[in-house]
Design a binder for this molecule. Structure first.
Ligand code: UDP
Length: 355
């Protein structure tokens, strides 16, 4: 399309929440918590591969439960350790089936787990973690939230089941820098787009911020969940056996600890870790999936549909709990639409993008 592009970010850096950097000790860390790339889409891998090489990485998570460190998602090993017996796959499946409490209509994040594995395991693994993470009981959240985490009866201890699981070899920030390294692209950080939007001439605005803020909260605020991060660097090579350890118990305020060297493969005499403390205050990180919020979002979406020259994308722009690959897919789809509109000489698409 040969368009000229100005990328504007309120923050002092590019890359949004996927921003990573070398800290004072020289360890590559993620400022906004662990970002792990996984997708089933060849198209998305192909696109990103124009800007990065990859490091194969299969994410593994352990949970601190009843004094044990066990695989999450729950698998055969998890059950064997917790219940002190050596389950076969069939035995594990039977065990879960006996405990499952059928729920007639599965709507919430509680229903979906209790229906599958029963209340005891639900309480050990999901209830406390979810209450901390969202400030809501799982019964108040859509089933889509806890459905992100499967249950297995085999020995697969990978967090994700996707075909492609890997990390950008030199980090996310480097990948974004290469994406932006083009004579038609200019970058402006430390800037709220509203500070300059009257001063520049543009055809089309692609907005990735919170949609309710764009419309000055006309219908009220859309709720988002935030996180506070405690980053630490330790004078030891390794802190924990895997990239992420979850703490589902409500006895500690954090939900998980991430150790980046597992993700990045970096060799370094020190290691850096991050504790995540969920919070109502702070930058918006997660839209909160529940019916009343979806209703409110729909009103903003209708407004977006009637706002010419603006496209809304991303977790905040479309109020969807998207993974990174889904956001890339959404962006590529928007690009295609804009390209088609430009080719046909039509106005750019007016409606907010629906993935
Ligand atoms: N979850 C949980 N216990 C866990 C892991 C996840 O209850 O040990 C629930 C929790 O509600 C969480 C959701 O599943 O918010 C999705 O987990 P995921 O790891 O996908 O969250 P993200 O990495 O996006 O924060």
């Amino acid at each position: 399309m040969n368009k000229r592009v100005l990328v504007i970010d309120r923050r002092p850096h590019i890359g949004g929440n996927a921003y990573d950097y070398y800290n004072e000790a020289g360890v590559l860390i993620h400022r906004y918590g662990p970002h792990i790339f996984h997708t089933n889409s060849q198209r998305i891998v192909d696109y990103l591969s124009r800007f990065t090489e990859w490091r194969p990485y299969e994410h593994r998570v352990l949970g601190q439960v009843d004094g044990h460190l066990v695989p999450i998602p729950i698998n055969r090993t998890t059950l064997s350790v917790l219940y002190g017996q050596n389950f076969t796959e069939e035995g594990a499946a039977r065990f879960l089936a006996e405990r499952a409490e059928p729920v007639a209509s599965i709507r919430t994040s509680e229903d979906v787990v209790v229906n599958q594995i029963g209340r005891e395991l639900y309480e050990k693994f999901f209830r406390g973690y979810t209450r901390k993470q969202w400030g809501l009981d799982p019964s108040q959240l859509d089933k889509s939230v806890t459905s992100r985490v499967p249950t297995r009866t085999n020995d697969d201890d990978r967090y994700f089941g996707d075909t492609f699981q890997m990390m950008p070899l030199h980090g996310y920030t480097r990948m974004f820098e290469r994406m932006l390294a083009h004579p038609n692209i200019k970058v402006m950080v430390n800037t709220d787009y509203r500070e300059i939007k009257e001063d520049i001439d543009y055809d089309h605005l692609i907005y990735c911020g919170p949609i309710d803020e764009f419309f000055d909260f006309r219908f009220g605020k859309l709720p988002y969940r935030s996180l506070r991060f405690r980053h630490e660097t330790l004078q030891q090579e390794q802190f924990q056996p895997v990239g992420v350890v979850n703490y589902p118990s409500e006895d500690v305020a954090y939900t998980r600890i991430s150790e980046y060297k597992h993700l990045t493969g970096q060799k370094h005499p020190c290691t850096s870790i991050t504790y995540e403390f969920p919070s109502a205050e702070g930058d918006p990180y997660y839209p909160i999936p529940r019916p009343e919020n979806a209703e409110l979002y729909k009103r903003y979406q209708a407004l977006a549909d009637q706002t010419p020259g603006v496209s809304f994308v991303g977790r905040l722009g479309t109020y969807k709990y998207y993974n990174m690959d889904q956001v890339v897919g959404q962006a590529l789809t928007l690009y295609k639409r804009l390209q088609e509109a430009a080719a046909s000489g039509a106005e750019p698409p007016r409606q907010a993008l629906r993935a």
